[in-house]
Design a protein around this ligand. Structure first.
Ligand code: DLL
Length: 432
């Protein structure tokens, strides 16, 4: 028997819109009453929660940006007392401080429901053995997928990322049917399998839920042909809930958004004007059922478009186009989000470096590699090799500690990095 929430994907759109309006009105009211940031923003715009009479009225209300979360770090955006919060996660901020997100018990239920719906769309049931190979910890990937699979009644293996050989061993020995990890990590797993003469087709693995970074239709084809499994896209971001904001259905013609919880808009990133269905722009979400830290018109930085045409699978939920790029300079390297400014703050905290640096991103087979080239002062450069080596290690360790990413650091002579007369070109993304 299908769980109740399965029916929510097929709800009549008039009923859905009525529910969205009611939830949106309640959310605005709670934000106004409980979050100083929103009260001020509404007052400044001369708006009251009651000014939202229909869904289209949302466009009158102010946006929320990542910088607003940073300015109210860590708990300033909460709409409930801290003792109602049962979980805290965090993702990359644009500077040294992470972006913090907090969940109440109810929020964790909504999240688990969302991820369960993703799995259900992919044909997963309580009979399946699901291995979670997203990272556990502050990143929402591991625990988010975990709770969703558990809520569906699956047997869950909390493997986490890394240890490719062990991943292969567990897939085989534990009879894994369903795998959750980043698409690039799965490609790496496939390559390791090939090297070791391990045939994924001979295992029980049937479907993978891949997300946390952009990937293409070509990548889907490659994964499916090479491994024989079905590859589904799962999208999400910590600020809105984590993984499970939207996902592929069997038609794989855009990701269905769980609109009864996350209300989407597409805007022009420059003017902020709302765009028509089908037009490309920046994806913006309003959470309409979250309790602990609801967000109003949160600007994701992701470029997509919305399609309200009926999907062949019968689901009435709107679909978003696969996210392929962003409107800002955020990079995603092996599933880790990175802003060049984060590297800058690390470099500036290390004595002996100059504020001239460049990030080179390459793809070595499927794995993304980050090289940080940084100029050092003339005094340091004339030092012994040992001193240079220790500076290099210091930077490398700090990047690993603060950002959670292993990078290759190259120290270069003063004046080596090209100077720009306008905007500095900090990133050379050589992956395309
Ligand atoms: O990446 C949540 C997640 C975990 C999603 C596991 C899917 C699977 P953040 O670390 O906050 O959260 O990063 C969010 O990652 O704004 C997108 O730019 C990018 N992103 C996430 N999923 C996809 C996807 C998690 N399927 C940011 N396709 C988002 C393209 C994605 N980009």
């Amino acid at each position: 028997m299908m769980p109740d929430y399965y029916l929510k994907d097929f709800v009549d759109r008039n009923a859905l819109e009525a529910l969205q309006l009611q939830r949106m009105q309640e959310t605005l009211q709670r934000l106004y009453e409980n979050v100083a940031f929103y009260r001020q923003a509404f007052d400044q715009a001369g708006l009251k929660p009651s000014d939202l009479r229909c869904l289209a009225d949302l466009s009158k209300f102010p946006f929320t940006r990542k910088a607003d979360l940073r300015d109210h770090y860590p708990y300033g955006m909460l709409a409930v007392p801290m003792h109602d919060i049962v979980r805290v996660h965090a993702s990359s901020g644009t500077t040294g401080k992470p972006t913090v997100v907090c969940y109440t018990k109810r929020d964790l239920e909504i999240w688990a429901e969302s991820v369960s719906r993703v799995f259900s769309m992919g044909g997963v049931s309580s009979k399946d053995i699901v291995m979670i190979s997203y990272g556990y910890g502050l990143f929402t990937g591991g625990l988010g997928a975990h709770y969703g699979a558990e809520a569906l009644g699956c047997s869950v293996i909390p493997m986490g990322g890394g240890s490719t050989e062990k991943q292969l061993m567990l897939i085989k020995d534990f009879g894994v049917n369903v795998l959750c990890c980043t698409p690039s990590f799965f490609i790496h797993i496939m390559e390791e399998a090939e090297k070791k003469g391990f045939d994924i087709r001979q295992t029980n693995l049937r479907v993978g839920f891949f997300g946390a970074e952009p990937w293409t239709e070509e990548m889907r084809q490659r994964i499916q042909t090479q491994s024989g499994i079905t590859a589904r896209d799962i999208f999400g971001l910590s600020e809105i809930i984590g993984p499970g904001v939207s996902a592929d259905c069997p038609c794989c013609a855009g990701l269905h958004i769980f609109e009864d919880h996350y209300y989407p808009e597409i805007i022009d990133p420059d003017s902020g004007e709302v765009k028509e269905p089908g037009q490309e722009g920046e994806l913006v979400f309003t959470t309409i059922s979250k309790v602990g830290m609801p967000l109003l018109r949160y600007r994701t930085g992701d470029i997509s478009s919305l399609c309200y045409d009926k999907c062949e699978c019968g689901r009435t939920l709107v679909r978003m186009e696969k996210v392929r790029r962003r409107s800002d300079d955020m990079l995603i390297i092996r599933g880790v989000n990175l802003y060049p400014s984060q590297i800058e703050s690390v470099l500036l905290s290390v004595k002996g470096t100059e504020p001239h640096y460049q990030l080179l991103v390459r793809r070595d087979r499927a794995m993304d590699e980050l090289e940080v080239q940084v100029e050092v002062t003339a005094a340091v450069f004339s030092d012994e090799v040992k001193a240079l080596e220790s500076l290099r290690n210091e930077i490398q360790n700090k990047i690993k500690q603060i950002i959670g990413l292993s990078a290759k650091v190259t120290l270069v002579e003063p004046g080596q990095i090209e100077r720009s007369t306008g905007k500095a070109k900090r990133v050379l993304d050589l992956r395309k």
